[in-house]
Design a protein around this ligand. Structure first.
Ligand code: TXA
Ligand code: MG
Length: 321
């Protein structure tokens, strides 16, 4: 069993010392929990790929405390990137820029570029201050699985790792990963939808292109399946729910409070506001997965704007066979 440590000065000091000697440490951010190692230590980074069973060509995000730390891992900072981070950092926006040659290639999955983000969660920030460098961290789930939004989720995924320290910062407030924007070329391109909406980015940069080919091709088995529970999961429109549930078996249904779910199906009610839905969806998927039901059915949220587009993206990937 991995060790869950409460957020305290002593835990931060211990975790920072572990990072300095090349260990992997799990920690809370405002989006999801991360599995971190020292960006400048290639052996430590290799341990992340091994623990997570992540394909080595799928690049990691370097977490930094501020712009000065970001400039130690990336180059090519222009007025446009400064403008974006002055509006969105610290927070759930990840920026892709050219990688500095001092950063080991493995920290960026071999790419010439590197993704950087300055998290907002006080625990993540304390850890970054204490270790004084950059921490590369993917979401702390096993590759392809549902991202963790509590320390207990991480402990369950890594129950076999008795040496792993997990810094407990409580449930993640946002609950969905950062938005990834590529600024390494002349035109900005969104590589992953996330907690900063396209509407917000368009206000800051003007019309913006979305191309998620990298994340999709880097996913296990080169499919879009990702963020996925173990049970088969499908998305069903509200007006098809009754018919789908009458097919038999016992389904774990992730639905809205006013939906009618007959027995023996098990319901997980979700809030109808996007912030609440995003904050709860990964926990709901994990709990639905543990019910012992035959399958998971997700009622399709009828909303499209703002954060809902990132939510739809995650639901689609969680339900792709
Ligand atoms: O909210 C988050 O971003 C969380 C927390 C822990 O910060 N981290 C996270 O990391 O979600 P991960 O590794 O699960 O997702 C990183 C995404 C992947 O889709 C990866 O392909 C993309 O960012 N990415 C990272 N570096 C890239 C690069 N140089 N070029 C293109 N895509 C990159
Ligand atoms: Mg991930």
């Amino acid at each position: 069993m991995a060790a869950i440590l409460p957020y305290s000065d002593a835990s931060i000091d211990l975790a920072a010392a572990e990072l300095r000697r090349g260990s992997v440490v799990a920690f809370a951010t405002e989006t999801v929990y991360g599995l971190g190692a020292d960006t400048f230590n290639p052996d430590a980074i290799a341990k992340i790929y091994e623990l997570k069973r992540r394909p080595t060509g799928n690049p990691l995000i370097a977490h930094v405390v501020d712009l000065a730390a970001a400039k130690r891992v990336s180059s090519g900072w222009t007025r446009r990137s400064m403008h974006l981070i002055s509006a969105c950092w610290p927070g759930p926006l990840t920026i892709i820029l050219p990688r500095r040659p001092e950063v080991p290639a493995i920290a960026a999955g071999g790419f010439e570029t590197i993704a950087v983000r300055s998290p907002r969660h006080p625990l993540a920030r304390s850890l970054l201050y204490a270790c004084g460098g950059a921490i590369s961290a993917p979401s702390a789930n096993r590759s392809g699985g549902v991202s963790p939004t509590t320390a207990q989720h991480v402990a369950r995924d890594y129950a076999d790792q008795s040496d792993l320290i997990i810094l407990d910062g409580g449930p993640c407030i946002l609950g969905i990963e950062s938005t990834v924007i590529d600024l390494s070329e002349s035109k900005p391109v969104v590589r992953r939808l996330g907690a900063v909406t396209i509407e917000r980015l368009s206000e800051l940069l003007g019309p913006i292109e979305v191309d998620m080919a990298i994340e999709q091709s880097a996913s296990p088995g080169s499919s879009v399946r990702h963020y996925a529970p173990t049970l088969a999961a499908t998305i069903v429109d509200r007006n098809q729910l009754a018919q789908d549930l009458s097919l038999g078996g016992r389904a774990a249904v992730i639905c809205f409070a006013d939906s009618d779910i007959p027995s023996p199906h098990v319901r997980f009610d979700m809030p109808s506001n996007a912030d609440g839905y995003a904050a709860g969806i990964y926990d709901a998927l994990r709990r639905a997965d543990e019910t012992g039901c035959d399958r998971i059915v997700i009622e399709r949220p009828p909303y499209q704007h703002g954060l809902w587009s990132a939510i739809h993206d995650r639901l689609r990937r969680a339900t792709t066979a």
